[in-house]
Each structure stands twice: as structure tokens, then as C-alpha cells.
Design a protein. Structure first.
Length: 218
């Protein structure tokens, strides 16, 4: 698939699927990586993560047909035919004038670079209805740039089905997040606007930090 096309198209693929390999290769080119980017593999009985730190990308594969990977497997040890791409995590690492405060982000997140494509496309389901059963008026796609904020997502997708975070003091609190379950999109927001007691008042201006893409709820 083209890196500018709908990212959701790679959901459901096996790790060695040719179209997934082309996608990773294209990302590597855009990230100016001359050598192949080999993922760090984290395996568990119910999930296998492929972390492409240099590409700002993490892929979560779910085991199928009774396959239960053990922890600590290498890429060559996996039964790829029994792994299906379940979720895609895309990272946005904002440039900061000052070093982030200790504990400001989960340690694993700090290892990721920013996803090398901007904008990239998220398809929006045209058949989603509101709570009264009326079709929502929404654009067919959302072009995600690295600088779009909470209000941009809500403008395109409507009010989220689920949301959370933002509680507690600004230091150490969890950033706000929103999920559009029927679209298979979850967005976590970063920066000071996404934390603390007034996070939801300021959250419309918070820039996205991680977008998770998954198969939509039926």
C-alpha cells in the first residue's frame, strides 16, 4: 500500500505479508533510512508487538488458531502464519524547547521517533449514526498532520464514544484520550494542555501524541 493511503488497509495482515513489507519499506524511505528497519519484537501469549522505533510505529499482532507465543521470542522464532495485525500505533513526538520532566511520559514512548509521513489518511465510516439513529455528517477521510489538535479530531469525527485521562495534578497525571470505537480510532494527546485538573477545558488545543488504529466495533 502507499504510505499516503488509508492506514487501516494493513489491518488483518500477517507479519510477512508483501503489502505490509512494502508499507514498512516506504516508511523507511521517507525516514531516510538506507538500511532495512528491523523491528524489536516483544512476545506474550496473547500479543506480539513489532516496535519500529525509528519509524514512529508499533504493530500489535494477535495470535490465532490456538497459537500462544512464549515471552522473549525472536523474529525468526515466530509462527507468522498464526499472527494477525490487530492494532497500529502511530507516534508523534513534539519538539520541546526544554527536556521533558521526569516521569512526564512512559519510558517506552520516549524511544519512538515521529512517524515520517505528514499528512497521512484515516478513512471515516460514512454510515455511522448518532444516538437517535440519524446519519452523522462527516468527511470521508481525515488528513492527519503532526500539528492537529483535539478540536480537529472532534470536528471531523464528532464526539468520541469513550474518553478519559486528565485527572489529578499536572505533574504525573495521565493525558486525556478519546476513542471513536465505531471508527476504530483512539487518540492520546500530549503537552501541558492534556494534563491536570483543567485538561478537558484546554484539551481542544492539545496536539495528538499517539493514534491507535484498530478494527471498528460492530
Amino acid at each position: 500500500m502507499s504510505v499516503g493511503s488509508n492506514v487501516k488497509e494493513i489491518l488483518g495482515l500477517h507479519p510477512l505479508a508483501p503489502s505490509l513489507a512494502r508499507y514498512i519499506s516506504s516508511l523507511s524511505t521517507h525516514a531516510s533510512r538506507s538500511d532495512p528497519v528491523i523491528p524489536e519484537v516483544k512476545s506474550y501469549p496473547d500479543a506480539v508487538y513489532f516496535n519500529y522505533f525509528a519509524l514512529g510505529l508499533s504493530l500489535l499482532f494477535s495470535p490465532k488458531d490456538g497459537y500462544k507465543p512464549t515471552t522473549g521470542l525472536k523474529l525468526s522464532d515466530l509462527n507468522n502464519d498464526k499472527l494477525i495485525l490487530d492494532s497500529i500505533y502511530i507516534y508523534n513526538v513534539p519538539k520541546q524547547a526544554n527536556a521533558p520532566a521526569k516521569g512526564a511520559s512512559r519510558a517506552a514512548e520516549l524511544a519512538f521517533s515521529t512517524y515520517p509521513i505528514s499528512p497521512f489518511v484515516l478513512a471515516i465510516d460514512p454510515d455511522i449514526k448518532d444516538k437517535d439513529g440519524k446519519p452523522l455528517s462527516r468527511p470521508p477521510t481525515l488528513d492527519v498532520r503532526m500539528d492537529i489538535s483535539g478540536k480537529d479530531f472532534v470536528h471531523a469525527l464528532g464526539e468520541p464514544d469513550r474518553k478519559g485521562g486528565g485527572a489529578g495534578p499536572s505533574s504525573g497525571s495521565i493525558g486525556i484520550w478519546c476513542e471513536w470505537s465505531k471508527d476504530g480510532i483512539m487518540v492520546e494527546f500530549g503537552g501541558d494542555e492534556a494534563k491536570g485538573p483543567q485538561a478537558w477545558e484546554r484539551g481542544k488545543d492539545a496536539i495528538w501524541k499517539i493514534i491507535t488504529i484498530f478494527s471498528p466495533a460492530q
